[in-house]
Design a protein around this ligand. Sequence first.
Ligand SMILES: NC(=O)c1ccc[n+]([C@@H]2O[C@H](COP(=O)([O-])OP(=O)(O)OC[C@H]3O[C@@H](n4cnc5c(N)ncnc54)[C@H](O)[C@@H]3O)[C@@H](O)[C@H]2O)c1
Length: 265
Amino acid sequence: MTRRVEGKVALVTGAANGIGRSAALVLAREGAKIIATDLQDEKGVSLLRELRVAGYECEYYHHDVTSEEDWQSVVAQTRARFGRLDILVNNAGIGLSGPVVDMAFADWKRQVAVNLDGVFLGVKHSLPLMREGGGGSIINVSSIAGIKASPNVSGYCATKGGVRLFTKSVALECAAAKDGVRVNSLHPGITETAIWDTLIGTVEDGSNGGRERGPTLDKLTERAVPLGYKAAPEDIANGILWLASDESRYVTGTELVIDGGRSIG
Ligand SMILES: NC(=O)c1ccc[n+]([C@@H]2O[C@H](COP(=O)([O-])OP(=O)(O)OC[C@H]3O[C@@H](n4cnc5c(N)ncnc54)[C@H](O)[C@@H]3O)[C@@H](O)[C@H]2O)c1
């Protein structure tokens, strides 16, 4: 049986941990050649080793998604190594929480830089290489926070809502250009990853904790997720895989919500 992204080249940002790491593993297993990038080199290199030991073609590059120079360099290295780019997963992100009046302007700007500028730069610098190859699939990892607001995460909601509409606009631009590039956003709900270390305690209940991550996240999940449990990173990676594969060839500009029903409840 042919694997679902056989022979495609996939660039995954924020691949050292959580959803990005899982996406890199799932895409590799389904036949893609992987460019994994992150700031956390030790974990990135460990992923690289794991993929290579399993026999997959993979590179890891240090990459700050807020840096235009880094993006130019990563795309140039992708071109040199694989000659093409078929899948871009703009996954790197951070979550900062707290009441808006307490949010330092520097933290607001940092969150915008990683979550929104990073996605813009990724699309801008990857599109030419994708177009040269005749098309591709861009998956911008937003959040249900980009659809449904919660208190005390105004900056996070603003960036993720921005990713959602940025995605739709670029999808229309690519469709009009008939370049074969599809652009979609993906909206995870509560997923068990390290991002909750900086989010929990201030989301929804307004408390300013953060120290009782386990119980607090479990409590939030129980209250807010109709299915009653958190997503595993693989649950989100499977959605990334579908958007990356040709199975979703008629899908562009859409928002794929994977949240255990949270945003409808
Ligand atoms: N975990 C959830 O519940 C959840 C829900 C909705 C959306 N998301 C989104 O999923 C994406 C992945 O997050 P995660 O949950 O796996 O968190 P995570 O913290 O486990 O992983 C995020 C990765 O991004 C990297 N990163 C951060 N800043 C970077 C930068 N400037 N340049 C390059 N890499 C950088 C980190 O080093 C880390 O490896 C994020 O965009 C996040 O907003 C997560």
